[in-house]
Write a protein that binds this ligand. Sequence first.
Ligand SMILES: Nc1nc2c(c(=O)[nH]1)N[C@H]1C(S)=C(S)[C@@H](COP(=O)(O)OP(=O)(O)OC[C@H]3O[C@@H](n4cnc5c(=O)[nH]c(N)nc54)[C@H](O)[C@@H]3O)O[C@H]1N2
Ligand SMILES: Nc1nc2c(c(=O)[nH]1)N[C@H]1C(S)=C(S)[C@@H](COP(=O)(O)OP(=O)(O)OC[C@H]3O[C@@H](n4cnc5c(=O)[nH]c(N)nc54)[C@H](O)[C@@H]3O)O[C@H]1N2
Ligand SMILES: [Mo]
Length: 723
Amino acid sequence: MRRKVKAGGGWQAIFYTVNKAVQVGPIKLWRRMRSKNACKTCALGMGGMKGGMVNEAGHFPEVCKKSLQAQVADMQGGMAGDYFDKRPLEELLKLTPKQAEDQGRLTYPVVHREGDSHFRPISWEDALKHIAAELKAASPDRTAFYSSGRSSNEAGFLLQSFARVYGTNNVMNCSFYCHQASGVALKSVFGTGTATISLEDISKCDLMFLIGANPASNHPRLMTQLADLKERGGKVIVVNPIKEVGLTVFRVPSRPGSMLFGTKIADIYAQPKAGGDIPFLVGVLKWLLDYEKVDLDFLKKNTEGYAEVLKQASTTEWSELVEKSGVDRATIDATARMICESKAAIFAWAMGLTHHACGVDNVMAVANLALATGNVGKPGAGMLPIRGHSNVQGIGSVGVAPELQPKVKEVLERIYQKPLPETQGYDTYNMIDAAGRGELDVLFALGGNLWGSNPDSQWSSQSMRKIKTTVYLSTKLNPGHFHGRGQTTIILPVLARDEEPEPSTQESMFNFVRLSEGGEPNTPGTMRSEAQVICQLANLVLGDKPVDWLKLTKAREVRKLIAEAIPGLQEIATMDDTKQEFTITGRVFHQPTFNTRSGKAIMQVTPIPEFDEQALRLITLRSEGQFNSVVYEEYDLYRGIPHRHCILVSKEDLERLAIKDGQRVKVRGQAGEMTNIEVIKGDIKAGTVAMFYPEANVLIQANLDKRSKTPSFKSAPVWIEKA
Ligand SMILES: Nc1nc2c(c(=O)[nH]1)N[C@H]1C(S)=C(S)[C@@H](COP(=O)(O)OP(=O)(O)OC[C@H]3O[C@@H](n4cnc5c(=O)[nH]c(N)nc54)[C@H](O)[C@@H]3O)O[C@H]1N2
Ligand SMILES: Nc1nc2c(c(=O)[nH]1)N[C@H]1C(S)=C(S)[C@@H](COP(=O)(O)OP(=O)(O)OC[C@H]3O[C@@H](n4cnc5c(=O)[nH]c(N)nc54)[C@H](O)[C@@H]3O)O[C@H]1N2
Ligand SMILES: [Mo]
């Protein structure tokens, strides 16, 4: 029998917590959760100098099941010394994401060479020597440096500095597959790529417009904020093709009333087709125009380009907007009415908007609506991209991206006494593409699972196999280590941030910079800190002049350089002594003066995207029990999906295709197919289906947004075939 909960949060989260605490020892776990380190999961941010489970407003206890999952997983025992002797590559290639995660902590470096039957242990010294020799032999433009968003600002800064002093701009981070579309859109509209609000603003808004995001699973602590908003009489509008149970009713574990009765979250739940957000948002704007509810004074004073945007809304027919969005007139009208009744609205979104070939336009369409109602540049209102990894924003801030701001480049050239490369660096997709063309000799990956996050898994495997030397710095195994192997593959075991000998810093999605004090690993082994590994390698490749890289293993020294080079991060230089955490200045807008040349927001017309109407649109998403490509639980309790090889299909599509709930089918995509997939009937918009990432990446052909280079992971054409 399939289990499905009737509300998000609640007892299941508490039972899970107790269960996990028993596994690793409650006292040990409590100490680790309360240690002065930034939380490892999402970028909502908690922990740091105020102690674990405390948010930036100082509120305690902030608890979340995901945070525990990540913590317990890092506290697992280490893999046995003969682990790899006992398991040939053939066997490792069969590990599922969950199995790979459950093998335990990596505690010693291993290497695999093309043709070997097994990975085998290698000493740190030999591993680093080998990597250094390969880097020295390679031309820098044939190498690439990737970082996930879990690493610290210090490790990220060292990584990009090392890569650039060595000679390449092929530096990128996971945000190219994540919020890059938000960054591009926000930068072009407001002149800044991040949230325009602070955490405090959420407690001042009276409406949250939540589009293309599932915080019930992925940012659970945001649900506490939404429950509070509801309690003080505010409203929530959800726009999502899937009726996510946790966005309907949520039981906040730390609130007795909410636990008992559940807090109703969505006042309006609009279900567009996947990729149907632009016609929906333009429709809302059209209603506001029709009823003279657009704030024209605000637009005239504070924006450019509004006339064209309003003209698009007034000249597009209702029939087209309703048809292409999949949302009926009554829901569009109600949404518009609720927005104009609000005094301060926050517009929040995540991957449901960015993972499309029209990702940048999607975010611009939200910005247009926020501006048309005067909801940016005042307290309690503004734009909130709900970020992914705990330090993905910081990794971008410190320059782990193909392009540096000219001023940052200038300072770095002074620090490192060397002109830095002028070439256009690879973004994430380009990097795999270059590998496929045989143009990559070394790939250095600081965390993450590049293979698993990439569309078209088979193509990724084939492309990555052509890289001469691939290096992964990881805490635990994932299938990417094997399927994304190079001709030589080296896996280096690293410490998590709360185990590092040196303090490190992280930036939340509210531009708040936290200090993590580090700590001791729970598992014995030869793991090193990420920063240490980068410095040691840089020393072997570049020597100690003009920069003494080994001196930079002292995090305080790195923070001095970050403060000098990165605008807004000056205070980081003295953090070791002051322990003062801070908000990066110039990003939060409580006045409608923006960082663009004219100081005005630049509104832009968002064309209505076209889709292949013959195909189903596939959304690939996260289950309730996973963190990106890491799977903790096979069952998705929130959606009632019993395992990972399922496809969520609407009642209408089941009838149209004459298939039944529970039936096994073949799902065909542009890049590949998956067989023996169980059909699950669910409340999802007709024409749209959903499967789990990363497994479903075998189906998806890379169809990139032109401006952000983000693949359309959430509107990929697929076809269901009866087995
Ligand atoms: N527990 C947990 N927390 C996480 C993560 C995790 O994997 N697990 N991952 C972290 C990372 S890196 C990220 S980026 C975030 C991801 O956070 P989310 O973006 O919330 O994650 P997704 O599961 O990708 O879900 C996106 C939501 O968008 C909806 N959606 C899909 N397509 C469309 C569309 O076309 N229009 C609209 N309006 N909605 C759509 C889906 O139905 C789903 O509810 O979470 C971070 N936090
Ligand atoms: N089809 C599809 N594809 C997607 C997405 C989707 O929704 N659908 N989402 C995209 C998104 S939003 C993102 S952010 C990317 C995710 O891309 P990545 O960030 O590259 O991938 P993760 O799965 O988060 O990486 C997990 C691995 O990181 C390592 N790790 C964990 N903790 C640490 C640590 O402290 N230090 C180090 N060095 N390593 C650590 C472990 O080995 C673990 O297996 O995937 C993208 N790809
Ligand atoms: Mo992400």
